[in-house]
Each structure stands twice: as C-alpha cells, then as structure tokens.
Design a protein around this ligand. Sequence first.
Ligand code: HEM
Length: 441
Amino acid sequence: MEFLSRFSWKPLLGVVIVYLASLTFYRLYLHPLAKFPGPKLAAISRRYGPIIRISPYELHINDPSFYEKLYRQDGRWNKYEWSYKAFSAPDSAICTPDHDLHKQRRAATAPFFSKASVAGKQGIIYSLADKLCDCIGKSVDSESSINIGTAISAFTRDVATQYILGKDYRNLDTEDFNAGMTAVLQSSGAIWRVTKHVPWLGPTMKSLPPSFMERIADDATKSFLIFLKDCELTARAAISAYATKDLGDKDSRTIIDEILRSDLPSSEKTLNHVNDEVGTITGAAFETTAQTLRQVLYQVYSNKAILSRLRAELSTLPSADDQNLAAHERLPYLTAILMEALRLSPGVATRLARIAPDRDLVYGKWSIPSGTPVGMTALLMHKNESLYPDPEKFDPERWMDTEARKKADKTFAPFSRGTRICLGMQYDHHQPIFRFRRLTS
Ligand code: HEM
C-alpha cells in the first residue's frame, strides 16, 4: 500500500502516450502499407478506390479482374494466420496458414471428396432428401406449419455426418429439427469476428472442462457440445482401432479412416489433428450447403414462371434417371438455377485473405509487399453490376447463354479458387439436385 501511495502514474502515462503516438506515426507514415488508401480511423467513412488498407496489416481489393491473379493454383499461397487462428483448430487443413503443410494435409482428405467418391455415396443424399420431402409432405397433409429453413439445415447436417463420419444424428427426426444446433451454427460467423480480435477466447473456451461448459451453456449450445464430444469419441475409437483393425471397404470408410490410412506422418494422425479436421470439415459442410438450398427453394417458390419452367424441364427426365447425376447436370435450366443460387448465396460472405510469402504482388500501379494479407470478397464480385446487370435479381436466365457463362467463368467463385478451393464442391453439387423433382412437384 505504501508503495502504491508513493507511485506516480504520470511517468507511466507518459510512456503509454509516447508509445501510442509512435505506433500511430509508424503505421501512418513508415509502415510498408502506409502508401495504400484507407480510413485513418475505422469510424471515418469515405469513398476509396478498389484497393483499401482495411487494417494496419491487411489490404482488400474489390476488382474482379484481380480475382484470378490472387486465387491461383501456381505459386505459394499462405493464409492469414490471424484470421484462421481464431477457429482454434490449428491442426486442420482449412486453418493451416503455411502453403506446404496445407498441401500435405489437403492431399490426405482430397480423395474422400472426389467426384467418384461422392458418386459412390450418393445413396445417402438420395434417401435423406426423400426423408426431407416426407417431412414437408406430412406437414402439407396435416395442414400444420413447418420451418423449412431449419428442416433444410437438419437435412444438410444429417447428410454431412453420414457421409463424413458414417453416422446419422437424425436431426430430421427431431420435432423442431434440432433448431438450437442450427442457431449455434448460424452464429459461428459472429463468433469468428470476435475470436479474431480476442485471440485468447477460443483456446480458453476449448480448455474449459466439458462438465463446466455443460453447466453454463444453454440448451442449443449443449446440443452442439454433445455433437463435438461425440466426434471426439468417434475419433478416439477409430485411432485406437487403427493399428489392429481392417478399416473396411472404400465406400464405407469415414474421413477419419481416410486420414489414418493416408501418407501423412504419424505426428499428423493424432487425436488433435483428426478432431480439428472432423470439426472444421463438418462445420464447412453444414450451413454453407443449407444456405444454398434455402436460396434455391425460396427463389423458385417466389416466382411462378421459374417454378413452372423448372417443373417442365424436370418432367422430361425419365424416372430411371432419378439418381443419375450426369443426366441432371445436362438440364440447362436446373443448372442455371443452381448457379444463380450460388452467386447470391451468403454461405461464405467474408473476404478470404491470401498471402504471397515470397514475392511482391502487382495490382495496377500498386506494388504489394510480399507477406501482405490481401483479401477479396466473392459476394461483392457476384453482385458487381458490370458483370451481372441488376445484380440483386434472381435471374437464372443469365446462365442460359453458354457464351455468357464462359465469360463469367473467371469471376464466378462461390467455392473460392486456387490452392484453397473448397474440397466439398462435388459433394455439395449433389444435394439440391436429387429429389428436386419431388421438391418441386
Ligand atoms: C454451397 C456450399 C459451399 C460453399 C459455398 C463453400 C465455400 C467454400 C469456400 C469459399 C472455401 C474457401 C475458404 C477459405 O478460403 O478459407 C471453402 C473451403 C472448404 N470447404 Fe467448402 N463450401 C461449401 C460446401 C462444402 C462442403 C459440403 C464441404 C465438405 C463436405 C466443404 C468443405 C470445405 C473444405 C474442407 C474447405 C477447405 C479447403 C482447403 O483449405 O484446402 N465445403 N468452401
């Protein structure tokens, strides 16, 4: 106490002020990104050009012509660690910043999502889509209401867990389609925004004993925690069985089997690694796909002309082709509807920064120093008026002209592009297609 009474705050305050003033001066005038336009204070809004310094360290570019230069297969591309650390899943491929380690991790799970692998498991999607149609049918017959939005989320979760983990959590069988779980998953974007800025929050929550979390959590969060716990138990069991057991034929394998059988070194086959992969891959599959499906159904049912044209096209498909993906993909109007839904889907609505670690990037007159996180936002590109006139309008027609479709190829990227392109593209494509005929009948 005596120490405190003798302590003068003035020198400390002086040090803090000098520190903050120097930091501000450095960031504004000496930092490698100081020359780039951007707000000096976040609160001041002004119009800038397509390239903006959005934080002391990060640039954003809103210019479709730069998209294919930033999201590429050639060259080394890191992710921005600050952004992905916030998921607290450092052992997953999706959150791996380093180019080489990501490549190694991605190679282990990529075969699981190939077109052939998805085709081999299409029965899962088909039968669960039937179950979803039955749920909707029952509510129509009994003239009761149904929340189709949450039913769709339940459907995409059941498909994803059955496909990825070989487990059906029967979300579609619960009375409210496990709406709490949907709510938790839909809030993950907001949580990500917080954990990016408060980096200790995620690891602290992860380290809390599950019994404590269960005591303080609400019912919705509890169902999510139970799911995570079950994933962990599944991973634990698979890892301990790995050394002794035959992991079964290819079609019945899970993503965990795929990782354990892969060429990854044993340091990459630990519980942490498997758990992080399972958590992020299922997470990536749930609400993204649900958003697209919701978009499709909402738009199709909001416009009679679109609905009847789609029905007419689907009626030309022989019933023998009910489960034939290639036959569905040949239907131009159905394909146009899916592309238009993906164009407007806010499944991944944020910027996705990439870093060229070993070379400067060039954007117009700007030379961007190597190591700088540079992001673009596909949704902004998809709503660019010069590429998509009347961009807010759901207009499948814009995809019916093959020339226009070819032209848009470089600027249509709902699944991102380059080395980090979505692994679940093939899988995702199947979901709305099957049983569309029933859903729109
Ligand atoms: C309409 C549905 C979907 C959309 C719009 C979508 C979009 C995306 C985007 C934009 C990325 C890049 C993320 C980043 O840069 O951080 C991504 C990555 C990824 N997605 Fe999807 N996704 C969808 C469905 C799925 C599904 C169904 C799965 C799995 C079954 C999946 C698994 C993944 C994985 C594993 C990655 C990380 C790839 C890597 O880093 O190598 N996604 N997705």
